[in-house]
Design a protein around this ligand. Structure first.
Ligand code: DUT
Length: 155
């Protein structure tokens, strides 16, 4: 189902395209770096930076936007979203920013207009907590963290 999402472009995003779905079945819209032309962000190995998008969202209550890495940047350069998935709350009216980290071994330069991450809009379920003395039992109980066997080595 397609919803409308109000979006405001801040002055430093003027001239940049709005995020868009690149294919008919894409889940995410690419987010574009809106740093100034003459201010590329150079990420040294292990360094992180908050990259502006120049965009403000007006999400409807009951929705969030997730900021996720682009697999191509991660594979080719080791550049990913440090806090993935970043959460844009429905009541947030600040600029969407992307916290990128360079896990690669070479410096990586973020120039204006680079597609740095992707945004997935998703419904949010909220809950009311009900504190109980004991939660219901299950067959699994507390087993986890590899209890069903070692992770297969696919390499
Ligand atoms: O990758 C991100 C993550 C968050 N935000 C914005 C939107 C979000 O609604 C707000 C707060 O994010 P979060 O709840 O993750 O931050 P926090 O560290 O818990 O700070 P706060 O106390 O401001 O909520 O910051 C971004 O622009 N990009």
């Amino acid at each position: 189902m397609t919803h409308l999402l109000r979006i405001q472009r801040l002055s430093h995003a003027e001239g940049l395209p709005l995020p868009r779905y690149e294919t008919a079945g894409a889940a995410g819209m690419d987010l574009i770096a809106a740093n100034a032309d003459d201010a590329p962000v150079v990420l040294a190995p292990s360094q992180r930076a908050l990259v502006p998008t120049g965009l403000v969202l007006q999400l409807e209550p009951g929705f969030e936007a997730q900021v996720r890495p682009r697999s191509g940047l991660a594979l080719k350069h080791g550049v990913t979203v440090l806090n993935a998935p970043g959460t844009i709350d429905a009541d947030y009216r600040g600029e969407v920013q992307v916290l990128l980290v360079n896990l690669g071994q070479e410096p990586f330069t973020i120039t204006r207009g680079l597609r740095i991450a992707q945004m997935v809009v998703a419904p949010v379920t909220t809950v009311t907590l009900v504190e109980v003395a004991n939660v219901d039992e299950t067959a699994r109980a507390a087993a986890g963290f590899g209890s069903t066997g070692m992770v297969r080595n696919l390499g």
